[in-house]
Each structure stands twice: as structure tokens, then as C-alpha cells.
Design a protein around this ligand. Structure first.
Ligand code: UTP
Length: 471
């Protein structure tokens, strides 16, 4: 039986007051009944014990690190192959990955629940036009890669999309309007991550409106809990899926479902594997994968002590150079085991200006206030893996994220990097591209990599109207 509204109000008032958060009811008298009901439902979803812990940690100010920073050493990684033996190892891995894909044991998972606040778009980041010639969206670009891989290996490969309250509805209608870009609907699984409240410097909850707490997505680490909570992990197990290829929606260069990476991951019996690129210089703002004892993990650039960030080996290379690019292979069994062991990823703090209802006045005018958001990071699962693997990839081929509206790491730089990559494929096929300004786009449906492009072009040189666009 449903609890009467007055009773839940009294219960929640008591609980929030006991937690030192009674101020969230300050606009209650002015709220209409439907707003009151919504507000109570939202308050119900808040884990007050967790909140108390987060506030306590925030006030203590201790750094949040999944690795012991006192014992950091560089992580071992598989470097880009530069010897015949290493190339043979790569081919072996590729064959193993192809076999896994053909057996229908892999799902792709793209995280697209972030608010994209630096980009400042009205729509989810995945809807951003990215094709240098076609102007197709990030979503379409990734969907095409999954579709092309399905066609190449002749197996079903589900695409899982992590959304949040900030992106879910818009993502669903964007994809429905475009009929999931040709992927069967039953193989496109959207699932929602959790939301967390933000607090001011004193640890008090912030309101985004008189009848609503300020909530933000719980970080890409929320993927792991959401897979379980939303029943997606059960579904993967039911379908016999063993591995998840994880990536971020804002990187158009990612080799979605890269068979070589998947093959290395399974051949090593790794529970979680990560791709890295070599850091450009000591000051580059990317996290590095490092080791503390037998554990691997990512150390954020702001946490890496400067002397370590700048340390070099005998050959003059940065010691801590394995820059994390948020591409992982994760075994389904590992996700299940984390859940069964009750593992909770650490909560990181981000101090941000938060738009919220000011303290004064009845009207609920929105002001910008310094506050603290909490989020978990998926890479913090790495130290939990009994076996983890790190694999180097080439930045020019695989990493160009869209973070900002202009300048570095923007849609413009990502498009330029796509064009540069495609130009290198065209040249590898023996053609010359005239003019530095040429825009080139090669649809993933035509070729997923340079090797396939060169092969197809040689074979079908006169027929290549389908996916090669030159201007
Ligand atoms: P970022 O950390 O770069 O965040 O996310 P963002 O939301 O894209 O942009 P800002 O920081 O607000 O400007 C990297 C990837 O992780 C996903 C994002 O959608 C993006 O693909 N992500 C991030 C989530 O899915 N959920 C989150 O809670 C945070």
C-alpha cells in the first residue's frame, strides 16, 4: 500500500533534518501538490548515509586515489609493435579477437550520460555533427562502426548506450527518429546511470529549483552499477556475451570493437584492459596508468607528483607516459564479480560553479554558487582486476576527443584529425591528395581501417562511389 503523502513528508523531513539537510524543505509552503509529490520522490532517492560520508570526506580534504600514491611505479604496457615477433603477436591477437566477435561474444558500450557542460550544447554530445564531409553525428559515426563490424564478422553485436537523466529522453528520440541508423532495435540497449546531489562548502545540499535538488550524473564509473541495476548485465549473460568494448561518445577516432585489442585482452585472460597513448609532454593533462605493487590504476594528472610527472628513463622518455584514453575491454564476469563483492568505486570531488536557488528570497532566483559535485570513474575498477592489461595505441589513429566548443579538443580539431587520418589511408592506397585544404571522409561502412581501405580500393577502384567522398 502506498504511504500517504503527509506521512512520507513527515518521515523525510525528519530524516533530512537529522542529517543536517532540513533546509531543502524551505520552499515547501509555496509548492503545489504535484510539485510536492515530485520533490518527495526525489528526496526518497537520496542515499543520506552515503551523502554524510561524502561530506565528511570533503571536509577532511583527503585526496581520493584508487592507488597508493607513495608506491607509484610506471605500469608495464604492450608497446606498438616494431619487430617481426611483435607483429606476429599482433596478428595472433587480431585473429583471436575476430574469432570472439564472430562467436557473438562481444558487446560495444558507449558512455553518453555526461552533461557536456564545456561544449555547451542544447542536445546530447552524441548528436553533435562530426563527419568532415557528411556532417553526420557522433552517434551515427559510432553506429556505423558497429554495423560494419557486424557485417564483417557475420554476428550480432549489441550496442549498449549509457545515458543519464540529462541525456536519456533526447538520445532516445534522436535515435528513434533515425531508426537507430540501421542497427536492429533489439540490439540497441539504452540504460541509465544514477544521479548524485551536489553540496556547498558547508556540505549543504543545493537546490536547482524550489521543488528540486541539484543533481548531476554520477560519473562514467556509474556504468558498472547501472549495468547491474538496469538488468543489462543479466541480458548480456543471457545472450552469452563475455566481453564489453567500452568507449566514450566524444572520441570519433576510436576503433570501436578493435579485434586486436579484444584479442590481446582475452589471450592475456585480463579482466579489464585499457588503451593508452604516449603523453605528449610532462604537462599534458591526461591521467596516466601506473602501478602500485601488483595493482594497476589511473592517476589523474592533478594527483601525479610533479617530480614523477617529469621523471625520465635512461632513453629520455617520460617514465609515466602511458596516457589513459578511456578505451577499455571489460569482462562481463568481472563486472558481475565486482557487484557480488559489493565493491563501490571511490567518489571523486569536482569543485564547480553550480547554478542553484539562492538562500535569500522566496522567489527562487537562480544564482551561481561554488559547490562540490561527486563522481566515480570507470578506470577505478582497474585496481580491482586480478589481471589487467595495458596496450599502447597510436594517438593519430585513435584519440581526438571533443570536449570544448573551440580551440583544443573541439569538434574542429577532431574533424581535422579525421581528415588527416583518411588522407593517410588514401596515400597508403597509392593516391595523392592535392591541396592542403581537401576534406576527406571515409565511411566506416566502406572501410574500418587502412588495411581494409587499401584492399577494397585496389579491388574496386572504379566502383568506389559508395563510401569515399572527396572534395
Ligand atoms: P567528460 O568527463 O569529458 O564529461 O566525459 P562530459 O559530460 O562529456 O563533459 P563536461 O565535463 O561536462 O564538459 C567523458 C565521457 O564520459 C561520459 C560522457 O558522456 C563522455 O562520453 N560520461 C561522463 C557519462 O556517461 N556519465 C558521466 O556521469 C560523466
Amino acid at each position: 500500500m502506498m504511504e500517504p503523502l503527509a506521512q512520507s513528508e513527515a518521515r523525510l523531513r525528519h530524516a533530512f533534518a537529522a542529517a543536517g539537510q532540513g533546509h531543502v524543505f524551505r520552499f515547501w509552503p509555496s509548492l503545489a501538490p504535484p510539485a510536492r509529490e515530485r520533490f518527495l520522490a526525489q528526496l526518497e532517492s537520496i542515499d543520506l548515509a552515503l551523502l554524510a560520508r561524502l561530506v565528511q570526506e570533503m571536509k577532511g580534504g583527503a585526496p581520493v586515489a584508487a592507488l597508493d600514491l607513495e608506491r607509484l611505479a610506471p605500469a608495464p604496457f604492450i608497446a606498438l609493435p616494431d619487430t617481426p615477433g611483435a607483429r606476429r603477436g599482433e596478428s595472433r591477437a587480431r585473429r583471436a579477437g575476430e574469432e570472439l566477435l564472430r562467436a557473438g561474444k562481444v558487446a560495444a558500450l558507449v558512455v553518453a550520460g555526461g552533461q557536456g557542460s564545456r561544449l555547451g550544447l542544447e542536445v546530447p554530445k552524441g548528436c553533435l555533427p562530426i563527419g568532415p564531409v557528411s556532417g553526420c553525428s557522433l552517434f551515427e559515426w559510432h553506429f556505423a562502426k558497429v554495423l560494419a563490424t557486424r557485417l564483417r564478422v557475420g554476428a550480432d553485436i549489441p550496442l549498449l548506450i549509457l545515458t543519464s537523466a540529462a541525456t536519456d529522453a533526447a538520445t532516445r528520440s534522436f535515435l528513434a527518429d533515425r531508426r537507430c541508423f540501421g542497427l536492429p532495435e533489439r540490439d540497441v540497449l539504452l540504460f541509465r546511470q544514477g544521479m548524485l546531489p551536489a553540496v556547498d562548502g558547508a556540505g549543504r545540499l543545493l537546490l536547482s529549483a524550489p521543488d528540486s535538488l541539484f543533481l548531476s550524473p554520477d560519473g562514467h564509473g556509474g556504468t558498472l552499477a547501472a549495468l547491474v541495476r538496469e538488468g543489462v548485465l543479466d541480458e548480456l549473460e543471457r545472450r552469452g556475451i563475455e566481453q564489453i568494448f567500452y568507449f566514450q561518445v566524444d572520441n570519433p577516432l576510436v576503433k570501436v570493437l578493435d579485434p586486436t585489442f579484444l584479442g590481446r585482452h582475452v589471450l592475456a585472460r585480463s579482466e579489464m584492459s585499457s588503451k593508452v597513448v604516449i603523453k605528449r609532454d610532462a604537462a599534458e593533462k591526461v591521467g596516466v596508468i601506473a602501478r602500485a605493487g601488483r595493482k594497476l590504476g589511473v592517476v589523474e594528472y592533478s594527483d601525479l607528483p610533479r617530480d614523477l610527472a617529469e621523471a625520465r628513463d635512461a632513453e629520455g622518455r617520460l617514465l609515466f607516459r602511458a596516457g589513459s584514453i578511456a578505451i577499455h575491454a571489460i569482462s562481463v564476469r568481472f563486472v558481475r564479480s565486482l557487484h557480488e563483492a559489493g565493491v563501490r568505486l571511490p567518489f571523486h570531488r569536482a569543485n564547480k560553479a553550480i547554478p542553484c536557488v539562492g538562500d535569500g528570497g522566496e522567489g527562487g532566483a537562480i544564482v551561481s554558487q561554488d559547490g562540490c559535485k561527486f563522481e566515480t570513474f570507470v578506470f577505478d575498477a582497474l585496481p580491482r582486476a586480478r589481471k589487467a592489461l595495458v596496450v599502447e595505441t597510436d594517438r593519430a589513429q585513435e584519440f581526438s576527443p571533443v570536449k570544448n566548443a573551440a580551440g583544443e579538443n573541439s569538434a574542429e580539431t577532431a574533424r581535422a584529425d579525421l581528415v588527416r587520418l583518411f588522407r593517410s589511408w588514401v596515400e597508403a592506397a597509392g593516391f595523392r591528395v592535392e591541396g592542403g585544404q581537401a576534406r576527406i571522409e571515409i565511411s566506416p561502412l566502406f572501410s574500418l581501417d587502412q588495411e581494409q581501405f587499401v584492399r577494397r580500393l585496389r579491388k574496386e577502384c572504379l566502383l568506389c562511389r559508395e563510401g569515399l567522398l572527396l572534395s
